[in-house]
Write a protein that binds this ligand. Sequence first.
Ligand SMILES: *Cc1c(COP(=O)(O)O)cnc(C)c1O
Length: 610
Amino acid sequence: MSRSEIKICGVTRPVDARLAEALGADILGMVFCESPRRVNRGMAQEISDSVENVAMAGVFRGTAAMEIAETALACGLDYVQLHEPVTEQYLSELRACSAARIIVAVEPQQLGDEAYLRMLAASGIDSLLLDLPKGCPPGTTLTLKDIDSATASGVPLRIAGGLNAYSAVALLQLSRAIGVDVASGVELSPGIKHPAMLSEFITAVRNAGAGRLPSPGADGRIGPFGGAYVPETLVPALEELSQAFSHFSNDGDFRAELATLLREFAGRRTPLYHAARLSEMQGRPVLLKREDLVHTGAHKLNNCIGQALLARRMGCTQLIAETGAGQHGVAVATTAAMMGMGCRVYMGSEDIRRQGPNLRRMELLGAEVRPVDSGSRTLKDATSEAIRDWVANCNTAHYLIGSAVGPHPYPTMVRDFQAVIGNESLQQCRELTGDLPGTVVASVGGGSNAIGMFAPFIAQRSVRLLGAEAGGHGNASGQHAAALGLGRPGVLHGSLSYLLQDGNGQVEPVHSISAGLDYPGVGPEHSFLHSIGRVEYMSVTDREALEAFHLLCRTEGIIPALESSHALALALRTEGSGPLLVCLSGRGDKDIEHVLATQRSMQEGDHEAA
Ligand SMILES: *Cc1c(COP(=O)(O)O)cnc(C)c1O
């Protein structure tokens, strides 16, 4: 990634222009056509005169070439930016009367018009600006495919479309765009730039490392997703957590202590196992990342240790969590015992009835399990109770969320604690094969093992990334948990993300054979990666997962978790070349009874159908 150009658009005040210049913006844009950010020539001259080391651009729509030329001259415009389909003749008229460089704005649907793009490329314009059309539904982003086809024209490209600190950096890392253009992303009301947002945006783009996944800005936005939809009482606690997280994630002592615990207690690094017999079947190397060998039997402990360590540094003595099937509860109880912290786990009484062994595990580990009898007596009711506890006790207690979901900073924090999966895998894959994987596959419940696995590969566009969602009884059945495949953006558990919801925005009931994937939402970063098209999310049915479960048992001597069996099923039906890297997120001992019972009922169903 070379130095990216930053264009701040919709400037209406000299004070904003001076700040943007001081922060290192390259181009400032002023709007001369109909817009809440419109300026007249007088204002534009004043803005232009207030800065020295930054180029000025004027935005026009449907204005005669001669008038644009006059405005450009009067207002010291280095660029004119045209916001409608332009003709060759119009461009040559404009060039004849103005020395300003020409930017032409295009929208995704124009990219199919190859003749238009060829005309623009041949006309000697300076650059293209790819923007989203006005009035897109919430949650719309540019796609990498759009950006790629625009850069394929050969004309330098800047990108726009509701960018913020996160999405600007991510899209620059993943594409050949030369720069970004932002207006609303750095303001609270149209035309009034917000100093902190301006500074955050410019700093993020300037400091972006080539391979490192970006972190959201203070508003917690991951492109249009994420954020922190929480009661006011929690805002200070989340802010404190954000600060502690950014401080300690760069603290040598903290990182060393985390690395020691992951090694000595959790049993890292986990092997990357070359599954020889599966490889032979697939005709390509199949590499299994053995998170099933982490202490407690799944990847969840990586995140629990990270968060608990952070909580202790923040002075917390208690961990609070909710659990559905009990896996996360056991990981939290384990961590609390090891670190000498108190632990309260909320669990729906219906879930307690179904998951006796995990209840006893948590109690053996010294956790206090509080049954929840309200609502459906399952996970979402337990979540509400856990949050209530946290609100009342946030000075001494840390709320330990178990997946890459929830309000900012949780999704990013969980991602970073789980990135150990991907970082190890990348290195091990190089050691084993001398190469990057061709395809990486992981199951997606809330998305923590997947985002941790994908993290170091996202910037490597040659690596195909696949997320397996729970297809349950099939997409048409309505009984599934495919939030990305079949949901729409909405708010659940404190953040905006894809969500299975009815026409009124009520959360839909979900189904999966696997308890860990049985969740109606998904982490906001996955929503972003889905929207831009970097990761492909596909459904795997209960039946396909069961087949993969048995296959792994018999061909490799590994009993996988049903969650991980979804990833495996998707991997095995995917064609391609290069090593196939699969995240085996957990072991399947917990699932044996359920597998046998489900098979019996499926067989009965088949008999009835026959
Ligand atoms: C909980 C769980 C999952 C799903 O959670 P993510 O946050 O999506 O990773 C997947 N696999 C196993 C083994 C689990 O326990």
